[in-house]
Design a protein around this ligand. Structure first.
Ligand code: FES
Length: 208
C-alpha cells in the first residue's frame, strides 16, 4: 500500500539523528496514534537559513519517510520559506500516502513549525499573542506523556494554570519517579517558557 518512494525513505532515511546544541528543537506527538518525532534545527542567525536539520522518530514507516523527506525539502531554505511547506507537498514528493497515513505527514509539518516557532520565540522574532490561560493550556496540550500516550492536560498532570503580571504558575501532578519527568519538564519549558510576555515560569508539584 506504500509507494516505492515511501519504502525507499523508510529503508534509508536521511538526516536521522540529533544535533548537539541545536538552535531550536521540538517534540511533537500525534493524538491520532501516539507516534512522536523530535526535530533539531541549526539556523544561521543573520540569514535565518536552516543550515542543518535532523530528526528522531518514535513512529511508523510513514512517519519516518515523511519526516525524512521534509528535512530534505527545508534544508537550505529560510525559516520563512520553510513555514510555507504543507503536508500536501510532502505527500506529493512521496508519490502519495494511503488516506489513513496522511496524519503522518501532518505530524512532520507540525514538528517543523513548532521547532521554528521555538526559534522565533527565543530570538525575539515571534509576534506577541495575548497571553491567557487558554493559550497556555493549548500549548500544554501539545506535550505528550509517552507513558500513557496522552497529552499532559488530558492525562491530568496539569492541575492548575495561573498568570499574574507575566509570571506563569503551573501546578503539576507529576511524581518524582515518573519515567519521563525530565522530558516532560523540558517540553513544558520549550512550549511556554519563551512565549513573548512570559516573564517567569514557576512549576510546583502536588505532593503525593
Ligand atoms: Fe501515526 Fe504514522 S501512524 S504517525
Amino acid at each position: 500500500m506504500y509507494s516505492k518512494k515511501v519504502i525507499k525513505y523508510f529503508m534509508h532515511p536521511k538526516n536521522v539523528g540529533e544535533i548537539k546544541n541545536p538552535d531550536a528543537k521540538a517534540t511533537e506527538g500525534s493524538l491520532a496514534c501516539g507516534d512522536m518525532i523530535t526535530i533539531y534545527l541549526k539556523i544561521d542567525s543573520k540569514t535565518h537559513v536552516i543550515t542543518d536539520i535532523k530528526f528522531k522518530s518514535y513512529g511508523c514507516a510513514a512517519n519516518i519517510a515523511t519526516t525524512s523527506v521534509m528535512t530534505e525539502m527545508v534544508k537550505g531554505k529560510t525559516i520563512q520559506e520553510a513555514k510555507k511547506l504543507e503536508f500536501k507537498d510532502i505527500t506529493k514528493a512521496l508519490g502519495g500516502l494511503p488516506p489513513m497515513k496522511i496524519h503522518c505527514s501532518i505530524l512532520a509539518i507540525d514538528g517543523l513549525k513548532t521547532a521554528i516557532r521555538n526559534y522565533e520565540e527565543r530570538h525575539g522574532l515571534a509576534k506577541p499573542e495575548d497571553l491567557n490561560e487558554s493559550i497556555l493550556r493549548s500549548r500544554l496540550r501539545k506535550v505528550i506523556d509517552p507513558k500513557v500516550g496522552k497529552d499532559i492536560v488530558t492525562a491530568g498532570i496539569v492541575q492548575n494554570v495561573t498568570i499574574k503580571n507575566g509570571a506563569v504558575r503551573l501546578l503539576l501532578k507529576l511524581p518524582e519517579d515518573h519515567e519521563f519527568r525530565d522530558n516532560i519538564l523540558e517540553e513544558i519549558d520549550e512550549r511556554i517558557g519563551h512565549i513573548p510576555g512570559v516573564k517567569k515560569l514557576n512549576i510546583e508539584f502536588i505532593k503525593q
